[in-house]
Design a protein around this ligand. Structure first.
Ligand SMILES: CC(C)(COP(=O)(O)OP(=O)(O)OC[C@H]1O[C@@H](n2cnc3c(N)ncnc32)[C@H](O)[C@@H]1OP(=O)(O)O)[C@@H](O)C(=O)NCCC(=O)NCCS
Length: 172
């Protein structure tokens, strides 16, 4: 997927697969998140992305991972704003999603579009479902997941978390 989407601010944003040269922007974008947002994204303490982590996130295994990012504009031209990924994709598999967006680009519907984009690709690749762990206090992610049709239930192994699950049906 390489497309232009319209944000709720009326501006056009490019959405495309992540590439290795996004690694440094990924590190800057992670540093722009609040400590709480970092926790919500990683579900454990990760103060900064190391260069090794950023390199790995920016060079996904095409047989296993999908990642779409949204390019910035204006003051954030040249940066990626955020995006969505699904790990563990393949026919019959249950892929795990994650999504994040820089604070400057929140509320524009871009995270929603990125998540829809990776879900559509996961469906095309035959995934049976996508799922993710969501902190119970993460109202933004809860709202987004519910609007996309995920069911949310308390994780029986960690009651501070919700399991968000979306069965995928083949297109058509
Ligand atoms: C979760 C996150 C990606 C959402 O980003 P965003 O820019 O608000 O997302 P969008 O603008 O695409 O909004 C998506 C929907 O969620 C809704 N939403 C956003 N914040 C909300 C809140 N606090 N409560 C309820 N709904 C909320 C929006 O109204 C929108 O719904 P709509 O498209 O039907 O209008 C962002 O808050 C983030 O990066 N958080 C930190 C990392 C994180 O928590 N990741 C999730 C872990 S997998």
């Amino acid at each position: 997927m390489d497309a232009v989407i319209q944000g709720k601010d009326g501006n056009d944003y490019r959405i495309r697969p992540i590439r290795p040269d996004d690694a440094e922007s990924l590190m800057r974008g992670y540093d722009a998140l609040s400590p709480q947002a970092k926790w919500f994204r990683m579900l454990h303490a990760v103060p900064h992305l190391t260069p090794e982590m950023a390199a790995a996130y920016s060079d996904p295994d095409p047989d296993d991972e999908i990642c779409l990012v949204v390019e910035g504009q204006g003051a954030l031209t040249g940066e990626i704003l955020g995006g969505a990924r699904v790990n563990g994709v393949g026919p019959g598999k249950d892929g795990e999603f994650a999504v994040s967006m820089r604070p400057e680009a929140r509320g524009l519907g871009l995270a929603r579009r990125a998540l829809i984009g990776v879900i559509d690709i996961a469906r095309d690749q035959g995934c049976a479902s996508v799922w993710g762990s969501v902190a119970r206090r993460n109202d933004g992610m809860r709202g987004l997941a519910e609007r996309l049709g995920f069911t949310l239930r308390i994780d029986p192994e960690d009651k501070t978390l919700l399991l968000a699950e979306l069965p995928l049906h083949p297109p058509g």
